[in-house]
Design a protein around this ligand. Structure first.
Ligand SMILES: [Fe+2]
Length: 204
């Protein structure tokens, strides 16, 4: 059984950047539903793996198309939101540290340049989707975007995301209405770069 991560902040812990009602609805309704439906889809397909990355990287092995789509969408929703909620903090570090800081500077020039790239991808994602910072098998950093609940794992890129920027309207509409760009700025205010840095060091 897959379970949502436990938040280490309260629903109001990301105020004023991301409002309490949005965090509660997003985590306790949307993310919870993806998780429940992921577990149901796995049970129906007879899959008992506890490794979400491996399940998402091997969707082709699910022969039934309806089962495969249910696992792709709900498994993506489960995994993506775990990463999304995990990277926030009520007292976030504003800068990456250690190996990730050096790698961002080497790859993108600066943290601001990386944020600009992610912002452009997130703003330009038509409809629902995500923007990503991922680690390649050789430890390099890449940015990308994807539609719906797809991610760099289910798209078989071989890369593992360490930063997930949700641009589904459910992530921002209650507070920011149609202003996705304002939400993206707020996202970076609540993002804890120390947590992202830790993830990079674990993976690379
Ligand atoms: Fe979401």
């Amino acid at each position: 059984m897959f379970e949502q991560i436990t938040l280490d902040y309260g629903y109001d812990g990301l105020e004023p950047h991301i409002d309490a009602l949005t965090v509660e609805t997003h985590y306790a309704k949307h993310h919870a539903t993806y998780t429940t439906n992921f577990n149901k889809a796995l049970e129906k397909a007879g899959i008992d793996s506890t490794d979400a990355v491996s399940i998402l990287a091997n969707l082709d092995s699910v022969k039934d198309e309806a089962d495969r789509n249910a696992i792709r969408n709900n498994g993506g929703g489960y995994f993506n939101h775990n990463l999304y909620f995990e990277n926030f903090s009520s007292n976030p570090a504003k800068e990456p540290v250690g190996e990730l800081k050096a790698k961002i500077d080497e790859t993108f020039g600066s943290l601001d340049a990386l944020k600009e790239k992610l912002t452009a991808l997130a703003t330009g994602q038509f409809g629902s989707g995500w923007a990503w910072l991922s680690v390649t098998p050789s430890g390099d950093l890449v940015v990308s975007s994807s539609a719906n609940q797809d991610n760099p794992i289910s798209l078989c890129t071989g890369n593992i995301p360490i930063l997930a920027l949700d641009v589904w309207e459910h992530a921002y509409y209650l507070k920011y209405k149609n202003l996705r760009g304002d939400y993206i700025k707020a996202f970076f205010e609540a993002l804890d770069w120390e947590k992202v840095s830790r993830k990079y060091s674990e993976l690379k």
